[in-house]
Write a protein that binds this ligand. Structure first.
Ligand SMILES: Nc1ncnc2c1ncn2[C@@H]1O[C@H](COP(=O)(O)OP(=O)(O)O)[C@@H](O)[C@H]1O
Ligand SMILES: [Mg+2]
Length: 241
């Protein structure tokens, strides 16, 4: 079980509001004062209807977007006060993203896709290649690493995307419906990789899902509805499944 002490908080968002078209007559408030604490090493699920604000919140947690109002500390760093260059550094080093639609570059081999975030981080060619190969083996894709994404199934593409998310050894993985486009069996394989990363490497995982079964395998389940959290419960966790 994960410690839930104040000192172990890695994601600390307080009273987060997100509005679009600010100051316009048709201003939209999507998040209405969200509080979220995630502890180091936790595997947390976020569930909620389509349009409830899950991806908007995920983008804020992942520092892809800033809240309109609120406080956000990521691993002790005050995100609201950080400059743009610091933000991109934090994003690149601390967070791995996995999306429903994989977001791989189509004309580039799976291996090169995995290497890419390391290129931005300034790693040498040799370092990139070794690390990417190691991760491809970890997700069981070493046989297919020279294929382009078009030549891979959905599950294979998602395994490549997971390898890519891990390449800079982030503390946190943010997963936005990563099994949403996969059949149950393939989704299972992908979920098992997340369990492994959480259990063996201590990755903190925030996992958005529509699947009640997968949410229940997480340690804590938060329910978002119309831009507010309306429920929080303990999941059964992986060991109990
Ligand atoms: N950039 C944007 N501009 C205006 N509205 C947006 C923007 N992004 C999301 N929304 C709206 O915010 C609401 C929540 O969207 P989203 O966070 O994608 O929900 P979910 O991921 O839970 O399906 C939706 O009504 C969506 O249309
Ligand atoms: Mg979404």
């Amino acid at each position: 079980m994960v410690n839930r002490d104040e000192k172990d908080v890695i994601i600390d968002a307080q009273d987060i509001y997100k509005r679009f078209y600010i100051g316009q007559p048709n201003e939209l408030e999507i998040l209405h004062g969200i509080d979220l604490k995630v502890y180091r090493g936790e595997f947390v699920a976020i569930v909620g209807a389509s349009g409830s604000g899950k991806s908007t919140l995920m983008n804020i947690i992942g520092v892809l977007d800033k809240p309109t109002e609120g406080k956000y500390h990521l691993d002790g760093v005050d995100i609201m006060a950080a400059k743009d260059n610091e933000l991109s550094h934090i994003r690149n080093k601390k967070i791995g993203f996995v999306f429903q639609t994989y977001n791989l570059i189509s004309r580039t081999s799976a291996l090169k896709n995995v290497e890419l975030p390391m290129l931005y981080a300034g790693a040498s060619r040799k370092q990139r290649n070794e690390r990417a190969k190691e991760l491809m083996a970890m997700v069981g894709m070493e046989e297919r690493m020279h294929h382009t994404p078009d030549e891979l199934s959905g599950g294979q593409k998602q395994r490549v995307a997971i390898a890519r998310s891990m390449v800079n050894d982030p503390a946190i993985l943010l997963c936005d419906e990563p099994t949403g486009a996969l059949d149950t069996k393939t989704g299972r394989t992908v979920m098992d990789i997340f369990h492994k990363l959480n259990e063996e490497q201590g990755k903190t995982i925030v996992f958005i899902t529509h699947s009640p079964e997968l949410a229940d395998e997480c340690q804590r389940v938060l329910t978002l509805s119309d831009g507010v959290f309306v429920g929080e419960r303990e999941g059964r966790g992986h060991a109990a499944t």
